[in-house]
Design a binder for this molecule. Structure first.
Ligand SMILES: [Zn+2]
Length: 244
């Protein structure tokens, strides 16, 4: 009786699984809207790393390799929840509209040079990292594109990542490709493609516009359909094509 029951259950399990695409290791993937928008806790690995298991393991391997070339890949930011992103967004929004007296639309355009609308950050996914070289002493803002350019403190890190990141399946997201729209060039932001690609695919299959128009935070009342259409096309989708 026991065995019969087992066989029956596993047959149903196999049937259910066949509806989902499979990862290389045969595991099913399916990401909920809450997960894609940073609204639910996910299991994260590694002290000061905070990535999904596979991304964590690949990161540790990459970090080891960089060490032996004299570079200390240090994560400045990895997983970030919806609430955390809302905090970043609202702080900037209030600063630009109150202190700098900008109009709401201008403030929003300024914020989305580098920061995402809460719910749309790739940092919600546990696959993306912002990195610097921990061996370099740097004054002021570390996530500054100039600091990664020739002769600057993080240039060796940039060159090392250009050469090696893809071997570990990490890809630069916001490249300096001429004509790319959306977020500005971020030489520090990398994504673990084997998980983030299916996550983006799943996110695209949802009605992102509808999800965003239901949100309520400072400035969200100024999101028009046209603005959100452009934001999805440019800021979410105009990224390194290796990640699409
Ligand atoms: Zn980032």
């Amino acid at each position: 009786m026991q065995r019969r029951k087992f066989i029956k259950t596993s047959a149903i399990g196999a049937l259910a699984l066949s509806h989902f695409p499979l990862l290389a290791n045969g595991k099913e993937f399916e990401f909920s809207i809450l997960e894609l928008m940073g609204k639910t806790d996910i299991k994260l690995y590694g002290k000061d790393i905070n990535l999904r298991k596979e991304a964590h393991d690949a990161f540790v391997e990459m970090k080891k390799a960089a060490y032996s070339d004299g570079i200390d890949i240090k994560i400045v930011s990895s997983y970030r929840s919806f609430e955390r992103q809302r905090g970043i967004w609202e702080r900037k929004y209030l600063k630009y509209t109150d202190d700098n007296q900008m109009k709401p639309i201008e403030a929003i355009d300024k914020i989305i040079e580098y920061s995402t609308i809460p719910g749309t950050s790739r940092h919600h996914w546990g696959t993306d990292i912002d990195i610097i070289d921990g061996y370099q002493k740097v004054q002021g803002d570390v996530l500054d594109p100039d600091k990664f350019s020739e002769g600057q403190p993080f240039n060796n890190l940039k060159k090392w990542m250009d050469e090696n990141a893809n071997k570990y399946h990490f890809y630069l997201v916001y490249t300096d490709t001429p004509g790319r729209r959306g977020f500005k060039y971020e030489p520090w932001h990398f994504s673990y493609a084997p998980i983030s690609k299916p996550m983006l695919k799943e996110f695209r299959s949802k009605n992102i516009m509808q999800l965003l128009s239901k949100e309520d935070f400072y400035g969200s009342e100024h999101f028009t359909e046209g603005f959100l259409t452009n934001y999805i096309e440019d800021n979410i989708l105009d990224i390194n094509t290796e990640l699409l």
